[in-house]
Design a protein around this ligand. Structure first.
Ligand SMILES: Cc1ncc(COP(=O)(O)O)c(C=O)c1O
Length: 369
């Protein structure tokens, strides 16, 4: 048996009719960029997230950039974010001209460790960008307290966390702005690049609405110089069609995660995915930890099981951030985890047989010693 890491084709086959119709409709009407289907999706996603406004854009990286710009972040400012995330998060900070300030991650959640944040706050700090990594909510309640104390803004990167909740409430309610990516493999994925920002603040929403589209108020009238970071109409139509399935897919992911947790507990030195009853994690990724990560990954690969590492090098240790002169001792938890984390196959349509095959192969690896 071969077990893929994700299988987007399998999902397409279950909703082919809806997707094909959405695409054909755009072509039929020659509607290609930021039209009424994008608007319909924005409304539907805002409703889904329980926020007042969603503004679609070109991708999740742009969503973070647009958000920071809307908050006035610019050169000379500092923005705190997590050492373990995809580089898009910190790239978007740098794109504004601000300085990226990395903090270490929490031992359990893999998210930015709120206890390390205050020590990094200076007179230049303007914002914090927590990342709801793997679909597990960052500790927003503590971050809100810190943000209030130091008058900082919060832009939360929810590229991997569509539908995550804290105490039964949408994570999008806990930040000034929450950003989403709809990269194809995400929990809600487009058929190409797309992203969005979510906020309850009308002024922020209005500003980003213009900023993403050349500062435009109406055709050939521009309040200011903006950018072209619009969402394609076909992506809006596809996302609108897929949104109605998201709750079902999330429930499937959570059920698969529970099954992994139940069956991988106590095997070798495997640390199963962290779970807290007060949050709803949406398992964009299902991540275990083991000191024998590389050998286990090889064993699984030899047996036809695809896995991933998210991420193998903490951002402060990447060549791109050599100028920060940080070392692994500055981020001990992230550095340690980078050698231990392993993402197992996880997607709504994965079968029990496939999960059993993964579990059996992990057991076999540790039995062999
Ligand atoms: C945590 C995180 N932030 C930001 C992004 C950027 O999203 P996009 O690829 O849509 O620009 C991604 C997606 O790859 C991500 O995983």
């Amino acid at each position: 048996m071969k077990v893929p890491f994700v299988d987007l084709k399998r999902q397409y086959e279950t909703i082919k009719r809806e997707i094909d119709h959405a695409i054909a409709d755009c072509i039929e009407h020659s509607a290609f960029v930021q039209g009424k289907r994008v608007q319909q999706f924005e409304k539907a996603f805002a409703n889904y997230l329980q926020v007042n406004y969603v503004i679609g854009c070109a991708n999740g990286t742009d969503a973070i950039f647009l958000s920071l710009k809307a908050l006035g972040i610019r050169q000379g400012d500092e923005v705190i974010t997590s050492a373990n995330t995809f580089i898009a998060t910190s790239e978007a900070i740098s794109m504004t001209g601000a300085k990226v300030v990395f903090v270490d991650v929490d031992q359990n959640t893999n998210n930015l460790n709120v206890n390390t944040v205050e020590a990094k706050i200076t007179e230049h700090t303007k914002a914090i960008v927590p990342v709801h990594l793997y679909g597990y909510p960052a500790d927003m309640l503590e971050l809100q307290i810190i943000a209030q104390k130091y008058h900082l803004r919060i832009v939360a990167d929810a590229a991997q966390a569509h539908g995550s909740e804290i105490n039964g409430e949408s994570i999008a309610k806990f930040a000034d702005i929450t950003t989403y990516s709809f990269f194809p493999g995400k929990n809600l994925g487009a058929f190409g690049d797309a992203g969005a920002v979510a906020t309850n603040d009308r002024h922020i929403a209005d500003y980003i609405d213009k900023l993403r589209n050349h500062g435009r108020t109406e055709k050939y009238v521009h309040d200011f110089e903006g950018v072209n970071m619009r969402m394609d109409e076909m992506q809006g139509a596809i996302l609108l069609a897929k949104l109605s399935f998201l709750n079902e897919w999330t429930a499937q992911r959570r059920s698969h995660a529970a099954y992994y947790n139940e069956n991988l507990k106590g095997i070798g030195d495997v640390i199963i995915s962290y779970d807290d009853p007060n949050v709803t994690a949406v398992y964009h990724l299902y991540v275990i930890e083991t000191s024998q990560r590389d050998a286990l990954q090889r064993h699984l690969s030899e047996n036809g099981i695809a896995t991933g590492i998210h991420y193998p090098i903490p951002l402060p240790l990447q060549p791109a951030y050599a100028y920060l002169k940080m070392s692994s001792t500055d981020i001990p938890v992230s550095s340690h985890k980078a050698k231990q984390i392993l993402s197992l196959p996880m997607f709504p349509e994965i079968t029990k047989d496939e999960q059993d095959f993964v579990i059996e192969n992990i057991k076999q690896f540790f039995r062999k010693g």
